[in-house]
Design a protein around this ligand. Structure first.
Ligand code: NAP
Length: 224
């Protein structure tokens, strides 16, 4: 039977899933939904739609209008609202929901991790005078605004729309590199701490491996 699949995306896993569904089922309609946070998203297999649905009700309406037969939530593990909306919307519309979640990273011998359960606790763990790599989206940076005693190196994929609310910081625009590139970045900026969310997956793991090799402390925010 031909299916109409909606993938809630914005992750590497979602992009890979679209490639395999399109290749394996040429008669299916495969639509990937992006929130629209990235200015120039990479092209995806199948169809792409961009922008919010207008909450769970809007998503349920979209499922009905497009005749979606399967919803696959392949969003980032810290994207909580859209996953909640997916649960509610599929219940309302009577559409089956599947979830694709990458496993979290596991602490390895040699890792210097301080494990916390929120960004606020991560902020509070940073010692005065620390030099900290923050690899977080711009919506999360304000949590650290009160730490004028800490130097931040902020890495983002796209330049922020507004100046960052940090007293002492540098901005690096770009994606994560491989382990040797991450080590070079950490060394060049004399980084003492990294704040990272435990996203899992390979794409952003190099900084964690680099930190292990260099004896740098990682304040690891565990999943909600
Ligand atoms: P969120 O807090 O869970 O969602 C906020 C709102 O953004 C949702 O209510 C929804 O708006 C819209 N939205 C989110 N994901 C969407 C999608 N795939 N398609 C259409 N609308 C979407 O999400 P977030 O943390 O801002 O993440 C946004 C997107 O970036 C997600 O697709 C996620 O996979 C990706 N991403 C997030 C992170 C992260 O660290 N959180 C990292 C990498 C990639 P409406 O209520 O109007 O529908």
């Amino acid at each position: 039977m031909s299916e109409i699949v909606l993938i809630l995306g914005g992750t590497k896993e979602a992009a890979e899933l679209a490639v395999s569904l399109v290749a394996e089922h040429p008669d299916w309609r495969v639509i990937t939904s992006l929130a629209g946070r990235t200015r120039e998203p990479a092209p995806l297999a199948g169809e792409t739609r961009i922008g919010g649905f207008g909450g769970a009700d809007g998503l349920a309406e979209y499922l009905r209008t497009e005749g979606v037969t399967r919803l696959i939530d392949a969003t980032h593990p810290f994207a909580r609202q859209i996953s909640k909306n997916a649960r509610l919307a599929t219940e309302k519309a009577g559409v089956p929901l599947e979830t694709v979640t990458r496993p979290p990273w596991q602490k390895q011998p040699g890792d210097l991790w301080v494990e916390v359960n929120s960004l606020e606790k991560a902020r509070d763990e940073l010692p005065s005078g620390a030099r900290v790599l923050l690899a977080l989206g711009s919506q999360h940076i304000s949590v650290f605004a009160s730490r004028a005693d800490v130097h931040f190196l902020v890495r983002m994929v796209d330049p922020p729309a507004e100046p960052l609310p940090l007293a002492d910081h540098e901005l690096v625009i770009g994606k994560p590199g491989n382990v040797s590139e991450e080590k070079a970045l950490l060394a060049a900026h004399r980084i003492s701490h990294i704040v990272s969310r435990n996203s899992g997956g390979a794409a952003s793991y190099a900084k964690i491996e680099a930190a292990r090799q260099m004896g740098i402390t990682v304040v690891m925010v565990e999943r909600p």
